[in-house]
Ligand binder design. Structure first.
Ligand SMILES: [Zn+2]
Length: 262
């Protein structure tokens, strides 16, 4: 029985690190496609041009519910969206450098539940500086925890990361940040996404937005935590040495409601 469990665990890990959908950022899941599209964060391939790089990216310029946004907390509507229940377990550290970010793929069976709907955690990844702004200010970094519902809709939790003390939970990822592109590598140890959340997860901002990378697909439910976590300056520097600035500029709010859960 024990031996069988070990074999099963090995198979499960092999399956999840080789699943193409997991080897991607934000559903941008085709390596070949990525090479053709050449989107980036500066120059001709920068965010202002994403919408015209490919027909499939048209939402990046034509969309009206795009992310990230500048959250003006005074203008957010106090509201009872409800408690978010996180059910995260430690996962093997399957890391990929997709050229746009460092992403950690999550094993199946980890969820968040909000407003009666449960979403599976697929992966988390980082932006430097933060993509969302809160009251006109960027944070040093932002982590995005990307979840998918049974209906295929995405829910992303954004957590601001301000410079401060070491975020020890990052060590299993940060100790071996991959240089090679699009190859999922398994680092020693485990990581728990719960350790990337602030202590208080009940105060957050909720709005309807999009992927912040091509194809900029809309109908993404965003939950941006009010409280930040801390990351050491040398930790964020290590990320920035490997990944170019990867924050899409904030997008127009276009009469969307920003709810503040209290
Ligand atoms: Zn992101």
């Amino acid at each position: 029985m024990r031996k069988l469990q070990i074999i099963m665990t090995g198979v499960a890990i092999a399956a999840f690190i080789s699943t193409p959908a997991f080897a991607s950022d934000h559903g941008h899941n085709n390596k070949h496609d990525q090479h053709k599209s050449h989107w980036g964060y500066s120059g001709e391939a920068g965010p202002g041009h994403w919408g015209s790089l490919k027909k499939e990216y048209s939402a990046c310029s034509a969309g009206t519910q795009q992310s990230p946004i500048n959250i003006q907390t005074q203008r957010a509507l106090a509201s009872k969206v409800g408690e978010i229940k996180f059910s995260y377990q430690p996962t093997p550290v399957a890391v990929v450098n997709n050229g746009h970010t460092i992403q950690v793929n999550y094993a199946p069976g980890n969820t968040m539940t909000v407003s009666g709907k449960t979403y599976d955690l697929l992966q988390f990844h980082f932006h430097s500086p933060s993509e969302h702004m809160i009251n006109d200010k960027h944070s040093n970094m932002e982590v995005h925890l990307v979840h998918k519902g049974a209906d295929g809709k995405l829910a992303v939790v954004g957590v601001m990361m301000n410079t401060g003390s070491m975020l020890n939970a990052l060590a299993p990822v940060w100790n071996r940040l991959p240089h090679e592109l699009n190859k999922v590598t398994l680092n020693p140890g485990t990581i728990n996404a719960a350790d990337l959340l602030p202590n208080n997860t009940q105060n957050y901002y909720h709005y309807m937005g999009s992927l912040t990378t091509p194809p900029c697909t809309e109908s993404v439910s965003w939950y941006v935590m009010k409280d930040a976590v801390e990351v050491a300056a040398k930790q964020s520097a290590k990320f920035s040495n490997l990944i170019e600035e990867n924050a899409r500029p904030v997008q127009g709010k276009n009469r969307r409601f920003i709810l503040a859960n209290e």
